[in-house]
Design a protein around this ligand. Sequence first.
Ligand code: CO
Ligand code: CO
Length: 328
Amino acid sequence: MTATAYRLTQYARGGGCACKIPPGELEDVVRGLLGSAGPDLLVGLDDGDDAAVVRIDDRTAVVVTADFFTPVVDDAYDWGRIAAANALSDVYAMGGRPIVAVNLVGWPLDELPNELLREVLRGGADVAREAGCHVAGGHSIDDPEPKYGMAVTGLADPDRLLRNDAARPGLPLSLTKPLGVGMLNNRHKQTGEVFPAAVASMVALNRAASEAALAAGCTAATDVTGFGLLGHLYKMARASGVTAVIDAAAVPYLDGARDALAAGYVSGGTRRNLDWVRPHLQSSVGEDELLLLADAQTSGGLLVAGEIPGAPVIGHFEVSGPSTVRVA
Ligand code: CO
Ligand code: CO
């Protein structure tokens, strides 16, 4: 078989989402473990932010994160690019710039050719190069289910971070990429249909969005990944002690996302996201709209408390009320 004869998504157990451990379960697992923020650990485990941040001196902080997942698309090179953009995103989501990354690889040596792994790594290297981030080695294991991602180290100004606990009442809420890649990836896995706009969105770096947020004086942001817009916004609002209000009609979606929903391509992860947020949610829109808002994203955009050029405002933050997220 040629490399293109392999459909990589068929080697993943998950349903086209990034197969994260559900948010509620993860919080139970890590509760009480080490990593609480202290004088120099500026961002630790407390609020489930995107990356850990350690202050080195008054001008320098180190940003550390790791992210990897099973194939979300069949094409090896695209999967590599997506996984790298997604891993780098957590550095951008903290207001940092990535400096060096190492590859994390699980590969079924007996089932998939090494040339295909080479394509995955080539994709990752190309995106890291675009980000100005070195790739230096990594770690690989023989694994029945392929997995790829990166551990990324970056630098940031300790006084200019984008935290998920710094949203304030009155600030607008901006989103820098359309939603819907979870539904489209799920459809791609089931049918083999390719959605180039979804791939283009997932391989796009969040660098420009991060720089724009810092330039605009923003201090709060997070990236939208496996927990969906609702899940990540809920975490941000809860950590900040505010209520987030979403104007559902203002939220941008990729073409085909609504069709994919109507055709039933909703991942289990997306339903778990909605179930997790529902007790804290007040909504005047239908269930379909909520599923779209909860769609598990891979390498999604930044959610920014503030306004930045080119990104639609999709809501705002209010003083904490009876609900943490309100959809209108
Ligand atoms: Co993140
Ligand atoms: Co992450």
